[in-house]
Design a protein around this ligand. Structure first.
Ligand code: FAD
Ligand code: MG
Length: 574
C-alpha cells in the first residue's frame, strides 16, 4: 500500500517524516497539519470501501486534485459539502457571498448529476458527519483541497485527528493558492516575506506554480448515495438547501440585487470572455485590463468571487493568461509574474496570514501598526449606509450593499475615506463590514487590502501625500457621472459639473435638480480640505514615534502604490 500510494503521487507531496520535527507521524507533535501526508502512508485499511470528496472551497470539477484522489482505486465515491455550524463565526453572515455559494453548490450538484451522482449537502459538525458516514460504510479516504488560513486550522486538525483514530487516509491538496504558503515561508527561512517584492523573489525561487491537473475520468466509477437524514448533531438535506434553511437572514437592503452569479459553469464562461479582454489588452500593449481600464458601470467581468470559493481554479487563471501573453508575443518577452500581478497579491496575503490568526484585526495583530484611530458610531453608520455626502463614496457603499460588489478602485476610495483619508476610523470595523457584504468576501485578501490602504501594514508608513481625494479620484474614474446617477438617484438630475460635489451647486441649480443638499441628499459629514491636513499632522506625530520604519510597512517602489490605485505613475495629486 505504501509503495502504491507513493508511486502514483496522488497527493501533492508525500512525506515519510514530518517536515518540521522529522519524526514519524504518530510521534509527531508539530506536523499535525501534514498528517494527511503521513496517513496516506500508514493508515490504509484493506477492508475499507468509500472515498469521500469533501468540498469546502474548491467548488469545481476542473483542476481538482482532491477529486482525482477520491476517484482512485475503485472505491465507492461520494461528494459532500458541510455548512459547518461549529467552527463558523456566528457573527459572520455574508449574505451576498452565501447566495453566490448556494449557486455554486447547485451548479456542482447538476454537474455531478450529469455523471450519475449528486452532491450531499449537510449542515452541522463535520466530525459528526464523518463519524456517521463511517457507520454507513467504512471510509477508505477523505480528500479535500487545503484551506490554508488559520481560521480553518482548528477544524482541519480535529478532522485529521478523527481520521487517524478511525484509520482513514487523508489527502489534502494545495490548489486554492498558486504556491503552498508553507513552502513560501520555509523558503524564506521560516517567516513570511514581509514585502510584496520579497514575496515575488521567494515565489520565483520556489518555482512556477503547478499547472492545472487533468479532468476527471468518470467511466467505471461506483457512486454511493446516502438518503436525507437528520439528527440533533447534523442534517443531510435532500438537495441544495435555501438560504433560510441554513439560517442566513434575508438582506433588508437588497434592492437591486447581486449581478455576479455563482457556479463553475458560469465562471468558466466568464473566464472565456475575460481571456478575450486579456488578449485585446496584450495586443494593445497593456495588461491587467480590469484594473488598467476600470469600467465601473459595465457588467462585472470579475472572477474574484469565483476565485474566492474556488469555482474557478486560480492556477487555470494564471496559466491561461500566461499562455495568451506568450501566444501574442511569441515568447518575446516571455510572460512574467507582473501580467497577473493581482493574483500574486492574493498569494502574498495568504502567505502573510498563514500563521497569523489575528490578521483581520488591529488588536494583537503582530504586523499591524496600532494607530490611535478615533471612534465615531455616527460617522461609521453614515459610511456604511452611503450617507456621507460625498457622492462617489456613497455610490460605492450603496452598490456594495445592494450588489455585494464594488470595483477595486472604488474599494480603495471608500476604505481610504473611512481611515487615513477622511474619517480616521479603524480599518478593522470597515473590513468586518465589507467581509459581510462582499460577494467575493475573503478573510486574508480583504484584511490585507484594508491594512494596505489604511497604511497599517504593507504600505509606506503613514504616507499621507498619497491620499485619495474622493472628488478628484471619482471624476477621473467615471468622467460621465453616470455611476453616481445609478446608485445615488437623488443626484440624478445634476449636470457633471456638480454631480461629484453637489454642495457647490447654487441653490437654484439644486432646486432645478429637485435635490436640496442637506435635505434630499446629506451635506458632507466632514470637509475633506480640513480633515486631510489634520490627519497628516496626526500621522506625522505617530510616525515620529518610530525609530525606524517597520519592515512590513514599505512598498517596493512608488509604482507599486500607483498600480494599486489603478493610476498612471505621474498622477499626483488625486
Ligand atoms: P482582477 O483584476 O481580474 O484580478 C484577478 C484576481 O486577482 C481577482 O479576481 C482576485 O482574486 C485577485 N485580486 C485582484 N486584486 C487583488 C488585490 N488587491 N489583492 C489580492 N487579490 C487581488 N478581493 C477579494 O477577492 N476578496 C475581498 O474580500 C477583497 N476585499 C477588498 C477590500 C478592499 C478594501 C480592497 C481595496 C480590495 C479588496 N479586494 C478583495 C481586492 C480586489 O478589489 C478584488 O479582488 C477585485 O476588485 C476583483 O476584481 P477583478 O476580479 O476584476 O480583479
Ligand atoms: Mg477577475
Amino acid at each position: 500500500m505504501f509503495q502504491s500510494v507513493f508511486d502514483k503521487q496522488v497527493s501533492t507531496r508525500l512525506f515519510r517524516f514530518c517536515r518540521f520535527c522529522e519524526k514519524r507521524p504518530r510521534g509527531c507533535l508539530l506536523g499535525l497539519v501534514y498528517l494527511d501526508r503521513h496517513s496516506s502512508l500508514y493508515c490504509a485499511s484493506t477492508s475499507s470501501n468509500m472515498n469521500i470528496l469533501w468540498f469546502r472551497r474548491g467548488l469545481r470539477l476542473h483542476d481538482n486534485p482532491a477529486l482525482l484522489s477520491a476517484l482512485e482505486n475503485s472505491k465507492d465515491f461520494i461528494a459532500l459539502y458541510v455548512f459547518d455550524t461549529t467552527y463558523q463565526d456566528p457573527e459572520y453572515k455574508p449574505y451576498h457571498m452565501n447566495g453566490f455559494l448556494l449557486e455554486c453548490l447547485h451548479d456542482l450538484n447538476e454537474s455531478l448529476q450529469n455523471v450519475g451522482t449528486k452532491l450531499h449537502v449537510f449542515q452541522g459538525c463535520p466530525l459528526e458527519v464523518f463519524r456517521y458516514l463511517q457507520t454507513v460504510q467504512t471510509i477508505n479516504k477523505l480528500c479535500f483541497i487545503q484551506d490554508c488560513e488559520p481560521i480553518f486550522h482548528e477544524r482541519d486538525i480535529a478532522v485529521k485527528n478523527l481520521c487517524s483514530e478511525l484509520d482513514i487516509e487523508v489527502y489534502e491538496h494545495v490548489a486554492h493558492t498558486l504556491w503552498d504558503p508553507m513552502d513560501i515561508i520555509a523558503s524564506n527561512g521560516g517567516t513570511p516575506p514581509l514585502t510584496y517584492e520579497m514575496f515575488v523573489h521567494v515565489a520565483m525561487s520556489v518555482g512556477d506554480p503547478p499547472k492545472p491537473v487533468a479532468d476527471p475520468e468518470w467511466k467505471g466509477v461506483k457512486f454511493l448515495t446516502v438518503e436525507p437524514f437528520e439528527t440533533n448533531k447534523f442534517t443531510l438535506f435532500g438537495g441544495v438547501p435555501t438560504l433560510s434553511e441554513v439560517g442566513i437572514p434575508e438582506n433588508p437592503v437588497d434592492l437591486r440585487g447581486r449581478r455576479i452569479i455563482g457556479g463553475e459553469t458560469n465562471a468558466l464562461k466568464h473566464f472565456a470572455i475575460r481571456l478575450q479582454a486579456e488578449e485585446t489588452a496584450f495586443r494593445g500593449g497593456f495588461y491587467q485590463p480590469n484594473q488598467a481600464r476600470p469600467d465601473l458601470l459595465g457588467p462585472p467581468l470579475s472572477l474574484s468571487a469565483a476565485i474566492s470559493v474556488g469555482a474557478i481554479s486560480v492556477r487555470l487563471f494564471y496559466w491561461k493568461i500566461h499562455e495568451i501573453f506568450d501566444k501574442v508575443n511569441r515568447g518575446n518577452p516571455p510572460a512574467w509574474l507582473g501580467i497577473t500581478g493581482q493574483i500574486i497579491w492574493r498569494d502574498y496575503f495568504y502567505a502573510m496570514s498563514r500563521m497569523n490568526p489575528k490578521f483581520n484585526k488591529e488588536l494583537d495583530n503582530p504586523i499591524c501598526l496600532q494607530i490611535p484611530w478615533n471612534e465615531n458610531e455616527e460617522f461609521f453608520d453614515k459610511w456604511k449606509n452611503g450617507q456621507t455626502g460625498y457622492p462617489f463614496i456613497d455610490a460605492g457603499m450603496r452598490q456594495l450593499n445592494q450588489e455585494g460588489w464594488m470595483h477595486h478602485s472604488v474599494r480603495n476610495a471608500v476604505a481610504m475615506f473611512l481611515t487615513r483619508g477622511d474619517l480616521w476610523l479603524n480599518w478593522d470595523i470597515g473590513a468586518e463590514y465589507m467581509a459581510n457584504q462582499l460577494v467575493d468576501s475573503d478573510w486574508s485578501v480583504n484584511s490585507g487590502n484594508w491594512m494596505w490602504v489604511s497604511s497599517s501594514a504593507f504600505e509606506r508608513l503613514l504616507d499621507c501625500s498619497v491620499c485619495i481625494n474622493s472628488v478628484l479620484y471619482g471624476k477621473r474614474l467615471e468622467p460621465s457621472g453616470d455611476y453616481i446617477r445609478r446608485y445615488v438617484p437623488e443626484l440624478a438630475n445634476f449636470e457633471f459639473e456638480y454631480i461629484h460635489e453637489p454642495w457647490k451647486a447654487p441653490i437654484n441649480v439644486q432646486r432645478t435638480a429637485n435635490c436640496i443638499i442637506g435635505k434630499d441628499y446629506p451635506a458632507r459629514i466632514v470637509i475633506h480640505e480640513e480633515v486631510l491636513p489634520r490627519n497628516q499632522k496626526w500621522m506625522k506625530e505617530f510616525r515620529q514615534k518610530f525609530k525606524e520604519t517597520p519592515a512590513h510597512c514599505q512598498p517596493s517602489s512608488n509604482s507599486e502604490v500607483y498600480k494599486f490605485f489603478c493610476l498612471p505613475d505621474d498622477s499626483l495629486p488625486f
